[in-house]
Design a binder for this molecule. Structure first.
Ligand code: SAH
Length: 393
């Protein structure tokens, strides 16, 4: 077993159970991509078992802090069993869930969503890539799971020196699967959808939106960055009369329209706009249009901390426009999934947008990802989604 020595002082984050060591923290030692290494302090003291990634800035990702633990197939079976047990306690109102959420489940670089009998996985690090077959076997050993589709085409794989790869890893067949969420049904496109196909992290926020739209009798709803219309279906379920889904992806909007029909709502109550959100908000404002509820769920505008400032301006812009488009007492659900923008900063950005819009708003609720996307005390980066449910005054 190869050893990797950590620079003096840089072992502190490991002692605090943070699972990453960056390139600059390594004092010596080398290994192959994904190889399991013994991580030791300057004085040789054991710190962790980790996967080595020679090309990545994140040079080490910890499998275990327990010296007695062996990193073998049984280890991965135990970790997956623990992740599944955690979800079993959640009583999710859905047959779709995030089953493995990377570092927060002790499986760095592995993301797995379950859609009924089908799994969709992203292997995003050299370590998870190296153990892919073992992980696939362990995942498919669960009762009721028959197939596993791989969507290892996220750009972060490039940072690990890994090529994109997609396709069936276990089983095969139709790459469209139906899921049930709350009382609704959706189709997930494993092959052509974004990421693993569906944004399960917004599950609880969708049902909250349906409830608020109903309670507040919102009639006109604008769903920005709608993807396949999850929040649009929620708005219709809440009783909205007219819902508009805006997205720059035509296939996503086709699915949104199909989801409206599939859930039994009249197509006349739903419109789609294949357009840029920022431009659309400006146009709607110029036309004097107003809405009773708006959702802003943009993609990650700050992929890294270096993009944070530009992203902050972009978040501020769309939030200002949305607040201006809202009726008094109107509801805004606004989100950021950029890890580089914390909840406090996000609230400041939205407050700045409200100042510029010349409106005040009360915070009805602070929102985050659904609990099958756990965060841990030791890995705060795992919590990336932050949102505010605002009521315009
Ligand atoms: N709220 C959705 C998920 C949104 S994901 C849900 O609950 O399922 C972000 C979406 O923004 C993607 O569908 C992407 O196509 C879209 N998008 C990205 N940039 C955009 C832009 N400039 N204008 C409009 N849509 C955009």
């Amino acid at each position: 077993m190869k050893s990797i020595r950590i620079r003096a002082g840089r072992e502190r984050s490991l002692l605090r159970r943070h699972p990453w060591v960056f390139e600059g923290g390594i004092a010596g030692g080398r290994a192959d991509p994904g190889e399991t290494v013994r991580v030791v302090a300057e004085d040789g003291q054991f710190l962790a078992w980790a996967a080595y990634s020679p090309q990545s800035m994140i040079r080490l990702r910890v499998w275990s802090f327990d010296e007695a633990e062996r990193i073998d197939p049984a280890f991965f079976s135990r970790r997956i069993a623990r992740a599944i047990a955690l979800r079993a306690q959640l009583a999710l109102d859905s047959d779709a869930m995030r089953l493995v959420h990377g570092e927060a489940d002790g499986l760095p670089g592995l993301v797995v969503d379950r859609y009924g009998d089908t799994l969709c996985a992203q292997f995003l690090s050299s370590g998870s890539e190296r153990w892919k077959e073992v992980l696939a076997d362990a995942l498919c050993a669960q009762p009721g799971v028959t197939r596993l589709y791989e969507r290892s085409d996220a750009s972060v794989r490039g940072l690990e020196g890994l090529e994109p790869r997609t396709g069936w890893l276990r089983g095969d067949g139709d790459t469209r699967v139906g899921i049930r969420e709350h009382g609704w049904t959706f189709d997930v496109d494993l092959e052509g959808g974004h990421k693993t196909g569906f944004y399960l992290d917004q599950r609880d926020n969708r049902v909250l939106f349906a409830r608020l739209v109903g309670e507040r009798r919102c009639r006109r709803v604008l769903n920005c960055y709608s993807y396949t219309g999850g929040f649009s279906v929620a708005a219709l379920a809440g009783g909205a009369e007219q819902v508009t889904s805006v997205d720059s992806s035509a296939p996503a909007l086709e699915r949104a329209a199909a989801h409206v029909a599939r859930n039994g709502y009249d197509a006349a109550r739903h419109a789609t706009l294949d357009a840029d959100v920022n431009q659309t908000l400006r146009r709607l404002l110029a036309e004097g249009r107003r809405f009773d509820a708006i959702v802003l769920d943009p993609p990650k505008l700050a992929p890294t901390a270096a993009h944070a400032e530009r992203a902050a301006r972009a978040y501020k812009d769309i939030n200002r426009l949305a607040l201006q488009l809202l009726e008094t007492d109107g509801l805004l659900l606004t989100f950021s999934c950029s890890g580089a923008i914390g909840a406090e900063l996000f609230q400041k950005i939205v407050a700045g947008a409200a100042v510029d819009a010349g409106v005040d708003a009360g915070i009805h609720a602070r929102l985050q990802e659904a609990p099958d996307h756990p965060a841990t005390l030791f890995f705060p980066e795992g919590q990336y989604l932050k949102g505010l449910a605002l009521l315009r005054r």
